[in-house]
Design a protein around this ligand. Structure first.
Ligand code: MN3
Length: 198
């Protein structure tokens, strides 16, 4: 079995003006696609060929090609699915309850999450993870993610991830990562986030 690039559940221009069409197209069709090609090459002929992408991240991150490209595939698949043209606004449902019980209120959460995304030096990701009945924020380098052992809390269930590689924002926002993070909150789809809570 090999991995294939998942279609986006919306068009490349659907997140305008927050995420621009050109960035979305290059990010999905070139960057994400290359991680998949490289992942398939790295697992060909190994016992990873029949594993899920979650199992690969959890159990095979000691292999650097698998770690970088498996993480790249998992992370981008999650990212595309928790943003949408229906995003933005205040959280609702279970995630709203967990944000309020963990961080007191949405603004406090937003501030802590934005700081994690701003202070990740170089390329990487910031995450909101569910661990049982509370939430934790962490950030990871490169294409690492919280499923990989010893990175965040090993029990983490990632429910939000933001890509802070420059390829995610440079065409529209240049070096202004803070503006890109603000824009992310206009596209994050709380209904999709709620679907990830276990
Ligand atoms: Mn990316």
């Amino acid at each position: 079995m090999s991995f294939t690039l998942p279609d986006l559940p919306y068009s490349y221009d659907a997140l305008e003006p927050h995420f621009d069409s050109q960035t979305m197209e290059i990010h999905h069709s070139r960057h994400h696609n290359l991680y998949i090609t490289n992942l398939n090459n790295a697992i060909e002929g190994t016992n990873m060929e029949n594993a899920s992408i979650e199992e690969i991240c959890k159990n095979h991150s000691e292999n650097i090609a698998v770690r970088n490209n498996g993480g790249g595939h998992y992370n981008h698949s999650l990212f595309w699915n928790i943003i949408s043209p229906n995003g933005g606004g205040d959280p609702n449902g279970k995630v709203a309850e967990l944000i309020n019980s963990t961080f007191n209120d949405f603004d406090s959460f937003k501030s802590k999450f934005s700081t994690a995304a701003m202070t990740r030096f170089g390329s990487g990701w910031a995450w909101l993870c569910q661990i049982d009945d509370h939430l934790e924020i962490c950030s990871t380098a490169n294409q690492d993610n919280p499923l990989m052992p010893g990175i965040c809390n090993d029990q983490s269930n990632p429910i939000i991830g933001i890509d802070v590689w420059e390829h995610a924002y440079y065409l529209k926002y240049q070096n202004k990562r803070a503006e890109y993070i603000d824009a992310f909150f206009n596209v994050v789809d709380w209904n999709k986030v709620n679907e990830r809570i276990s």
